[in-house]
Ligand binder design. Structure first.
Ligand SMILES: Nc1ncnc2c1ncn2[C@@H]1O[C@H](COP(=O)(O)OP(=O)(O)OP(=O)(O)O)[C@@H](O)[C@H]1O
Ligand SMILES: [Mg+2]
Length: 394
């Protein structure tokens, strides 16, 4: 007798699980119950079910997002085939049903399931001779699947989708980009993405923490020095030279002193540098990306930041919204982080639905970095399989 088909049921309603268990002959089907989308994605990746039944409107992600992530797993070869994906809902009129089918879902089933129709549908997709090849890239208006697959920037909110578009638009250009956003929102991730999508991707990406540069060393660190330029000086290349052909990422630019700002402005205007102790001017071949979590206009008003430098930097601007303004990104970010932690350890872990609720209700002053830290802690202190709300501490 062939092994039973493995069905993954994604639904937050326990009654649906109980009813389906009764309807399906155990000899032919094994049912994996799953109550959150985060958990579902981990199961899909690790257990590659034969078929997925998914409630259209899960509390932590909708079915289209789950489907999109499943397609990404297939396209990145983490799944051999994309299992047939059947969306379910109590309402036959839900507008997102059409969207789900457009996005590549195979079928829609109304709940409560009619036993005959259910078995007929399962057999249609599961009988070996009729098993279909996985669909090609699903229809997607904005190429969302492709974008996410190629992006280290995780998230599906409007804000993050907009930033992906900006990255694509700005990457080709060599103009300065200014990235602003609260601490931990992902400014460095965005800067790396910009570099990797740019024609300079083959060159270095050089992050410099401007907040950690002492004024006395600014010029030698940034522009380099010739032997003997000052006591103990050796010939060395500065950050501008060592990022030649690539991208210089000036992080925390709002922390530069006024004197350092003047020196930087001169280089940006002249497009060349002079090593300390030398007269030769060297052309600058770097793209500058700057980032800050400060409001630079406020710093200008307070006399801490030069207005002329601000206008030089503020050409192409990417503003990253804080995590509390895009809570819909929390489940997919959590899934990504939990998957990463599981790769470094023996266990994979899921978030219980009440744990997801606790995460989405928090205001995240430390943004994505805080989410990552909170989950890392929860990952280690939680029981063997599920992360519960009490494992999550802020
Ligand atoms: N959209 C995202 N997708 C995946 N990881 C993210 C995302 N945003 C942030 N992270 C992760 O969160 C952490 C903080 O991100 P990052 O260092 O880019 O933030 P930042 O804005 O530069 O913070 P700070 O202002 O404190 O320097 C990193 O571990 C990063 O990988
Ligand atoms: Mg940073």
């Amino acid at each position: 007798m062939p092994a039973p088909w493995r069905i993954l049921l994604i639904d937050d309603d326990p009654a649906v699980h109980a009813r389906l268990k009764l309807s399906l002959p155990a000899a032919a089907f094994t049912l994996t119950p799953c109550y959150t989308a985060c958990e579902a994605l981990l199961i899909i990746e690790n257990e590659a079910p034969d078929l997925i039944l998914c409630e259209i409107d899960m509390p932590d992600m909708n079915a289209i997002q789950i489907l999109t992530q499943t397609d990404i797993l297939k396209q990145t070869d983490m799944l051999k085939t994309r299992p047939p994906f059947i969306v379910t809902s109590k309402k036959s009129e839900a507008p997102c049903i059409v969207d789900a089918i457009k996005a590549g879902a195979d079928e829609f089933l109304l709940k409560p399931f009619k036993e005959n129709l259910l078995l007929e549908t399962l057999n249609k997709y599961l009988s070996p001779e009729k098993r279909r090849l996985p669909k090609d890239l699903p229809y997607s208006e904005e190429g969302a699947v492709k974008d996410q697959e190629e992006s280290r920037l995780v998230g599906d909110s409007r804000g993050i989708r907009g930033i992906r578009k900006e990255i694509r638009a700005f990457a080709e250009n060599d103009a300065i980009v200014l990235i602003t956003g609260e601490s931990g929102t992902g400014k460095e991730v965005v800067a790396q993405e910009l570099h990797e999508h740019s024609p300079r991707a083959g060159g270095p990406f050089r992050p410099v923490n401007c907040g950690a540069l002492p004024e006395a060393l600014f010029e030698s660190e940034m522009f380099g020095s010739e032997k003997g330029a000052f006591t103990g000086a050796l010939t060395r290349t500065g950050f501008f030279e060592s990022s030649r052909g690539g991208t210089l990422f000036l992080d925390e630019i709002g922390e530069l002193s006024l004197l350092m700002q003047v020196k930087l402005l001169r280089v940006i205007e002249d497009k060349c540098i002079t090593r300390l102790g030398s007269n030769a001017s060297l052309p600058v071949d770097v793209r500058i990306i700057a980032a800050t979590n400060r409001d630079l206009r406020e710093s200008i008003a307070a006399g801490r930041f030069r207005e002329d430098l601000f206008y030089r930097l503020n050409i192409l601007r990417i503003i990253i919204p804080p995590l509390r303004e895009r809570p819909e990104d929390i489940p997919i970010l959590s899934y990504t982080f939990l998957r990463e932690f599981a790769q470094n350890g023996p266990h994979k872990k899921f978030l219980s639905s009440s744990a997801v609720c606790k995460l989405t209700a928090h205001t995240w002053p430390g943004n994505v970095r805080e989410l990552r830290n909170v989950l890392q802690r929860a990952f280690f202190i939680s029981g063997p399989e599920k992360i519960q709300p009490e494992d999550i501490t802020f």
